[in-house]
Design a protein around this ligand. Structure first.
Ligand SMILES: *[C@@H]1O[C@H](CO)[C@@H](O)[C@H](O)[C@H]1NC(C)=O
Length: 292
């Protein structure tokens, strides 16, 4: 009788060992899931710390500004800083490499003309006292370096390359400036190709020793809370200002998310006081901007 009993228990014991294996696997699995969850829970409070700061509270910039590093070619770390929500303005630090900045200056140099502004009735360029820099346009997609930069702009702005105008390189010498203005158009003529301008990416190709800030005089919020407040020129203190830094790109929106024009996007280039300023602008339209 022992034999059948043995044979009766044999399969039962097998079941026990295989179910304990399943149990062990389940325990290990649960343990792993718990570890993953724990890691997830640990990262959530860190992430939400950044979201705690109120719109227009610029104090977090000080913390971010300290957090930089440079590579061997003098190209710093890539990071994005929220400068303001009214206007919507962001700085992409070290957007261009030093070599790209030098390249843009060099290809623009032989073709620099005294800057003009667009006439709102004829659409033609006209001389202006509000804008005293000199500049030149670079055709969209003209070479590999430019195409590369234009692709990066599209990735950063989420606006396709085809909606961009050609890059414009600008040079400001001591005393030269651009009075506050809007980048959007208030006429029919200039919006025929591509429609309204939706956003602008302003890239700084050089550092400027003194002055030359990009100023937003209509920005909402505490303009004096930027960490670089004491370094700003008198003109720079008339609004929310960004100091030019070689390689940095400033993105700001001329239109709000509800597709209305944003008057807080009023901006100007302060007079250069010491040194000189090279910048490069990309205007983005709401539709395809045809080039031919
Ligand atoms: C603006 O910010 C500065 C610097 O952080 C501070 O001293 C000043 O009190 C603030 N002004 C207002 C009106 O909050």
């Amino acid at each position: 009788m022992a034999k059948p009993r043995y044979s009766r228990f044999q399969p039962a014991r097998k079941t026990t060992s295989s179910s304990s294996m399943i149990l062990t696997s389940l325990l290990i699995f649960t343990f792993l899931v718990l570890i993953l969850l724990a890691l997830g829970f640990l990262s959530i409070p860190t992430a939400s710390n950044h979201h705690v700061s109120k719109p227009n509270d610029l104090t977090h910039i000080a913390h971010n500004t300290l957090h930089t590093a440079e590579d061997d070619d003098g190209n710093g770390e890539h990071w994005i800083e929220v400068v303001s929500w009214e206007p919507r303005a962001f700085i992409y630090h070290n957007f261009l490499t030093k070599a790209e900045c030098e390249y843009l200056i060099n290809i623009a140099k032989p073709n620099m003309h005294k800057s003009s502004v667009v006439d709102s009735t004829t659409g033609k360029s006209k001389d202006s006292r509000v804008r005293t820099s000199s500049g030149t346009f670079l055709a969209r997609g003209r070479d590999k370096v430019v195409r590369n930069i234009e692709k990066r702009i599209a990735d950063f702005t989420f606006i396709p390359v085809e909606q961009g105008e050609g890059l414009q390189v600008l040079h400001y010498e001591v005393g030269q400036k651009y009075e506050p203005h809007y980048d959007y158009f208030l006429d029919e003529f200039n919006t025929q190709n591509g429609g309204q301008r939706i956003a602008t990416v302003l890239m700084y190709l050089s550092d400027v020793e003194e002055g030359g800030e990009t100023v937003f005089p209509a920005a909402k919020g505490n303009i004096s809370s930027v960490p670089w407040w004491n370094e700003l020129s008198e003109c720079g203190k008339k609004g929310l200002s960004i100091k030019p830094k070689r390689g940095d790109a400033l993105l700001f929106w001329s239109m709000k998310p509800d597709a209305t024009l944003d008057p807080s996007s009023l901006h100007g280039g302060c007079p250069v006081i010491k040194g000189d300023k090279w910048s490069c602008t990309k205007w983005m339209r709401i539709n395809e901007y045809k080039i031919n």
